[in-house]
Design a protein around this ligand. Structure first.
Ligand SMILES: O=c1ccn([C@@H]2O[C@H](COP(=O)(O)O)[C@@H](O)[C@H]2O)c(=O)[nH]1
Length: 212
């Protein structure tokens, strides 16, 4: 049975996947909320539930391969691959400097369609880097499924690059569910909402780390 999103949000919070406070994120950005999905490798039921939800999101998207953005999304991509019998490929963080010198591991052919799986989208930069690598290797990438869209402009950036993004949660949905479940306060919801408005990425970023 597919775990309901509200239950999953609470399970993620209780597993320590959400950090609140003044947190340093990627490239020195400050954020009042950080979603750390790396902790869920210690919670197989949550990995299973997230993978099932991502499978539901990807059910209308024809694809021959699946690729998780390293590293946090790799367990979800692997479970989806096994559950749906869809071959997986893996992008290396850096090109191997010896032996095969590959950037992609696994078997694929040019013009195959590949679904990308990601944990979080903020600016969209990390997901786009993987998409660009896959495309430069001759694969067709038009769709991605992600656990959390932080609603900070990344989805628009990706759509402008020809990648449709389907997310399990937006940040607004996630914090509302956690407030309704008594896990976070209304004040935290307001702080997160203000941060989303103030810290947007896109054509002209207004979230330069030196300004925050
Ligand atoms: O709450 C968060 C925010 C970001 N991440 C990690 O960063 C990238 C997404 O950031 P982009 O600006 O879209 O590149 C993603 O791969 C996450 O691993 C995070 O874990 N939690």
């Amino acid at each position: 049975m597919v775990c309901k999103l509200k239950e999953l949000a609470v399970q993620l919070f209780d597993a320590g996947a959400l950090r609140l406070g003044d947190i340093e994120a990627k490239l020195g950005r400050r954020t009042p909320i950080y979603f750390d999905l790396r902790v869920v490798v210690s919670h197989p039921k949550i990995v299973k539930a997230i993978s099932q939800q991502l499978q539901v999101l990807s059910s209308g998207v024809p694809h021959e391969l699946v690729c998780g953005v390293p590293y946090a999304a790799l367990p979800f991509a692997a479970v989806m691959s096994v559950n749906t019998d869809t071959p997986m490929i893996m992008k290396r963080k850096e090109t191997k400097l010896y032996g095969t010198k590959k950037i992609l591991e696994g078997v694929f052919q040019k013009n195959q369609t590949c679904l990308v799986v990601e944990d979080v989208v903020t600016s969209g930069g990390t997901l786009l880097e993987t998409v660009n690598t896959l495309r430069s290797e001759g694969l067709i990438v038009t769709d991605a499924v992600v656990v959390l869209d932080r609603e900070q402009g990344g989805v628009g950036v990706l759509e402008a690059s020809g990648v449709r993004v389907r997310s399990m949660f937006t940040m607004t949905e996630l914090v509302s569910m956690l407030r309704d479940a008594g896990r976070i306060s209304e004040q935290t919801v307001d702080i997160v909402s203000d941060h989303i408005k103030e810290c947007q990425f896109g054509v002209k970023d207004n979230c330069d780390p030196v300004d925050t």
